[in-house]
Design a protein around this ligand. Structure first.
Ligand code: NAP
Length: 490
């Protein structure tokens, strides 16, 4: 007869790494489930993750605010359809206060190492102190480590230079000559926000981007009052937005041939034709790949901004940086006072540079030597009771990562339940399931729009998209109930 299962354990200890959107979510959900024994380690001095780090002018979320909110903390006060970053940061602060998360956060504490030893996780902090836990939930974010190009001569620039995610608010940009390198989602928001303040704005574009138009109308006091009195009105917007995102976008990205993607492409083309008057500029701005191959840019005023008299779109490549500005390959020197590098992030880091060591001394760095991956974006074989929120191969891009994290936490919680109920002590994806998932993921990635002929941060070193390559409906289905047969339990 098999041994009877252990009695349910109520004293499991959790360490959550990172107090961004998903770390705060994990803390709230653990507490709601009666699992009070946890600590969040946060290397910064505030919560908020990406919203703390990115404070550049014009920062906003291009996912509608009533959708980019926790499902359990809808917010009637959103000022507009696409709320600005500072408001989103204030929202996370308010929710964390409401759910009393702050007392569980250790700020200024960077986790340097997590090692699975004798059935528990031993956590070593950068200051040398240690902790132990039954579970680690890594909520370390996706786009966290800035990518700074090694332009020749960058250090010789006499003006101020900083990355978009490290905006230097001490630097005055008003009436200055400013250069922005890049034209991704960050750059587009910066350009539109600062063009009317600066003397001259040079936008250094390496690859044109498709831009889909949005309208960011403010919510009136009457509308907000209605949301306060009648939360169902917010639910209705949220549900409708979620439906439109899923059916009209997320589900179709994974089928490059879908008619809806053609319609999205046409919409972007119309936007370009109708918004940019000068044919030469229009052609400079026209991508030679399909819309949504790179992350789709959403903007109500980017095209208007680049057409302003003080703006110039520089599409010649950057040769080097000199003391007084940027020298492009056509030999021209673009003289600048401030240079903003809106050049994106090192996207393959995930929990790294933290060292994670699983069973028998297996290093995550070795498992991930060819690129980060995780079964269902959550679990790595031989790393028991270690789960990631917004980890590798999850849905990224034009999604509400809050919805993604909530679905993932519900899944992780069911794995935790296996241990809490006494069914096992350790749970991780089996090696077979992890290999099978990765092979299926790579196969499915081939027919996604991200693989249709452009370069983007979605691609791995072999040029294959790393994001969840199936429909968002499938993601919801998978997250609803773990396939426990794919997990190794001890
Ligand atoms: P990004 O999309 O990776 O864009 C980086 C830009 O810098 C690209 O235009 C890239 O050109 C250019 N670049 C990089 N290295 C360069 C070099 N050596 N020389 C010249 N140009 C160079 O980064 P991001 O704009 O910060 O956005 C990253 C992601 O953050 C977005 O895709 C999105 O997921 C998220 N985000 C979201 C929002 C939101 O509203 N929800 C806002 C901002 C960011 P190439 O295209 O040629 O590579």
């Amino acid at each position: 007869m098999p041994a009877p299962p252990d009695p349910p354990s109520s004293d499991l200890r959790f360490v959550i790494i990172g107090a961004g959107m998903s770390g705060v979510l994990a803390a709230i959900q653990l507490r709601e489930a009666g699992l009070e024994n946890f600590t969040i380690y946060e290397k910064g001095d505030r919560i908020g993750g990406t919203w703390r780090e990115n404070s550049y002018p014009g920062i906003a979320c291009d996912v509608p605010s009533h959708f980019y909110s926790y499902s359990f903390a809808l917010n009637p006060e959103w000022s507009s359809r696409f709320a600005p970053g500072a408001e989103i940061q204030a929202y996370f602060d308010a929710v964390a206060h409401r759910y009393q998360v702050f007392s569980s956060i250790r700020f200024g504490q960077e986790v340097a190492r997590c090692a699975f030893e004798n059935g528990r996780w031993r956590i070593t902090l950068a200051d040398g102190s240690t902790d132990e836990a039954d579970f680690v939930i890594a909520a370390t974010g996706v786009l966290h480590h800035p990518a700074v190009p090694d332009f020749e001569g960058l250090e010789s620039f006499a003006g101020d230079v900083f990355h978009s995610a490290r905006w230097n608010h001490d630097v005055e940009i008003e009436k200055k000559r400013v250069g922005v390198v890049g034209n991704g989602s960050s750059a587009i928001q910066i350009v539109s926000a600062i063009v009317s303040q600066v003397a001259q704005l040079a936008i250094f574009q390496r690859t044109p981007q498709w831009v889909t138009p949005i309208e960011n109308q403010p919510y009136s006091e009457e509308e907000k009052d209605e949301f306060r009195k009648n939360p169902d009105a917010m639910w209705a917007i949220r549900t409708e937005t979620a439906r439109a995102f899923t059916e009209g976008f997320a589900n179709v990205l994974v089928d490059a041939e879908s008619p809806l993607l053609q319609a999205i492409h046409q919409n972007c083309e119309n936007n370009l034709e109708n918004s940019v008057r000068d044919p030469e500029l229009r052609e400079k701005l026209r991508p030679n790949y399909r819309a949504a191959c790179k992350r789709l840019i959403m903007s109500e005023d980017f095209y208007e901004s680049v057409q302003r008299a003080n703006a110039s779109l520089v599409s010649e490549g950057i040769e080097r940086i000199e003391e007084s500005g940027v020298r492009t390959r056509d030999g021209k020197l673009h003289e600048l006072d401030v240079l903003v590098l809106a050049t994106g992030f090192q996207v393959n880091q995930f929990v790294r540079p933290m060292q994670v060591v699983g069973r028998d001394g297996l290093a995550l760095d070795d498992v991930w030597k060819d690129g980060a991956n995780a079964y269902m974006a959550i679990s790595v074989a031989d790393f028991p009771n270690f789960f990631m929120l917004n980890g590798p191969s999850g849905p990224v891009g034009n999604f509400s990562l809050i919805e993604v994290a909530e679905l993932q936490f519900a899944y992780i919680f069911q794995l935790i339940e296996q241990v809490r109920s006494g069914a096992c002590h350790e749970i991780a994806a089996s090696r077979e399931a992890a290999l099978r998932f990765d092979a299926e993921r790579k196969q499915a990635a081939k027919t996604t729009i991200w693989n249709s002929g452009c370069k983007s941060w979605y691609l791995d070193k072999d040029g294959l998209p790393t994001a969840w390559p199936w429909t968002f409906d499938r993601f919801r289905q998978e997250m609803a109930k773990p396939r426990l047969e794919d997990f190794e339990k001890r």
